[in-house]
Design a protein around this ligand. Sequence first.
Ligand SMILES: Cc1cc2nc3c(=O)[nH]c(=O)nc-3n(C[C@H](O)[C@H](O)[C@H](O)COP(=O)(O)OP(=O)(O)OC[C@H]3O[C@@H](n4cnc5c(N)ncnc54)[C@H](O)[C@@H]3O)c2cc1C
Length: 311
Amino acid sequence: MLRRVLLAASTSQRVRRVLTTAPVTGGVVRRFVAGETASDALAVVERLLGDGLTVTLDYLGEYTAVPEQAIAVAQEYVSLIESLHVGGFAAGGRAEVSVKPTAVGLGLPEHGQKTAAENITRICAAARTAGTTVTVDMEDHTRVEATLRLVEELRADFPDLGCVLQSYLRCTPGDCQLLARAGSRVRLCKGAYSAPDGVAFAAKSEVDRNYARCMRILLDGDGYAMLATHDPRLIAIARSRATARGRSPDSFEYQMLYGIRPDEQRRLAAEGAQVRVYVPYGNDWYGYLVRRLAERPANLAFFLRALRSRS
Ligand SMILES: Cc1cc2nc3c(=O)[nH]c(=O)nc-3n(C[C@H](O)[C@H](O)[C@H](O)COP(=O)(O)OP(=O)(O)OC[C@H]3O[C@@H](n4cnc5c(N)ncnc54)[C@H](O)[C@@H]3O)c2cc1C
């Protein structure tokens, strides 16, 4: 119930205004977001790579309403990738980027698919020059079909373009079957949005069970699996399935969010696993932060306590 309320708040302009102007917000944001600028993000990248982790960078922003803004977001990614290259962070995909399709135009009222395809193509071309990769994030359920179609089309020119599947959706095992093939890069997550019952599982236990099922399909297949979860039980299942299937540590990776379970990230890396940290940066952090609060009531309590202590 609380999760649904918070997810509704993640798209509310009124709540956004109140939260983004509250003086306390900065401290909470800094726990989950690298900073406002690309140089803030690069400093975090350098630190995480130094700790034996890999990184995917997300320039915050979504549901872009005008084509000029979508082009500006793509330009930010191109400059970011060039900075990763110059800094020596991109080679071998040590630091890559994650792109939200609606940030680069997918939701535009006219020519959304075409605009997003052109923008992601520019980003992929820059990534190829720098020796790194791009992963297209998955947003709410109304965008899934268009996003998968977009990735499929772009993979003709950029076969290493990654995509994301969400275990809260009932259709995801079928999508995993289709994508568990040689050359594909698939991130599996639980899903950070809400969706109607017919489309998604409502109970957390069902989402978790579906995650385990999808993970097995990906690990049993021939693609590169990117297992995005902080859930210790699912990480243990992943480890034993990968061992049972004879998967080498470089044929799959764990992924976690910046600021969540950092000790576990380092512990897994020290064990020899590949661990990638998803690092968001930028001003437009509101939707991202509220989704993180929705995932864990303790985060919300922390935020409210901080608000009270300032009032
Ligand atoms: C690298 C990465 C990329 C992602 N990309 C996408 C995407 O493209 N599309 C999408 O819809 N979703 C994405 N997500 C979000 C994902 O769908 C989940 O909402 C989120 O990861 C929480 O699910 P969980 O698997 O960690 O399991 P949960 O059951 O939510 O959590 C398991 C445990 O992890 C810890 N934990 C989880 N969340 C938090 C938190 N916010 N604060 C503190 N501790 C926490 C807690 O110990 C909790 O008990 C991504 C997640 C990751 C890690």
